[in-house]
Design a protein around this ligand. Structure first.
Ligand code: GLP
Length: 248
């Protein structure tokens, strides 16, 4: 596991974007696993800029997203499909048909989860999976649990995640209670994983995930068992790892 500590969010975003860009340059037809949330937004802005400048092309890239709220349409401003269009896809040369986000409106979400797993398999695996992290150590929408859930599945969101995500909705009542998410195996199968974390409020989750025991109550801790993980975090998010002498 490699840790990169950056001064601030802007530097974190640039470093993360450069790792994604390196992947795309090395393998123009790669499969990118993409994430939503505030953590990757800055990285996406850099990728958009480099694409517009003509130094990076996504023309052959295929993508799979981690998760989606159940019940939100792609046009809903808080849906993850909308987020991806708005923050990345609408501004780069990726082909729309090469982008995949779970369908939040599927009539049978459990079946849609099984089908999504087949989509990932049909791409021969994800080359680079980008991840953010929740305050409780969740990755995608794999919430703290008694056991790791392996494949793409439907999940009930925890109260704490609903509360944290309420800031994006008009009220708590509007936050969906369920989501579809890639599972732990779906994520761990990626050849490389890139985690982006920023802000002091993530320091505890970062420390527990990367310095604590591997434990489904801290879902991101499973990443310790992956052979190729890079964590890019600002110094606030990495502060407890730095204090413990595990990152500098
Ligand atoms: C949501 C997403 C996660 C994301 C997390 C953290 O729960 N499902 O993929 O990592 O939020 O978001 P943020 O980066 O805004 O802190």
């Amino acid at each position: 596991m490699r840790f990169y500590v950056t001064e601030d969010y802007a530097q974190m975003s640039r470093r993360a974007a450069s790792i994604i860009a390196a992947q795309v340059v090395a393998k123009p037809d790669c499969v990118l696993g993409l994430a939503t949330g505030s953590s990757p937004v800055g990285a996406y802005q850099n990728l958009v800029k480099w694409n517009k400048e003509g130094i990076l092309s996504f023309a052959e890239v295929r993508s799979v997203n981690l998760d989606e709220y159940i019940g939100l349409s792609p046009e809903h401003e808080q849906s993850y499909r909308y987020f991806m269009q708005d923050n990345l896809f609408n501004h780069i040369d990726i082909k729309p048909e090469n982008t995949n986000v779970p369908n939040g409106l599927a009539a049978d979400p459990d079946q849609a989860a099984v089908d999504y797993e087949k989509v990932i398999a049909s791409m021969n695996g994800v080359d680079l999976q980008l991840l953010g992290m929740g305050h409780n150590g969740h990755i995608a929408f794999n919430e703290p649990c008694d056991e790791f859930i392996m494949d793409t599945h439907v999940v009930e969101l925890t109260e704490s995640t609903i509360k944290v995500n309420a800031r994006f909705f008009a009220s708590m009542d509007e936050v969906p209670r369920k989501a579809m998410t890639m599972g732990i195996r779906s994520i761990m199968k990626a050849k490389k994983i890139l985690v982006v974390v920023a802000g002091a409020d993530k320091a505890e989750a970062v420390y527990k995930s990367f310095a604590g025991p591997v434990n489904p109550q801290v879902p991101a801790s499973i990443l310790q068992l992956h052979a190729d993980v890079t964590v890019v975090g600002d110094k606030a998010a990495m502060s407890k790892l730095i204090e413990a002498g595990l990152a500098k």
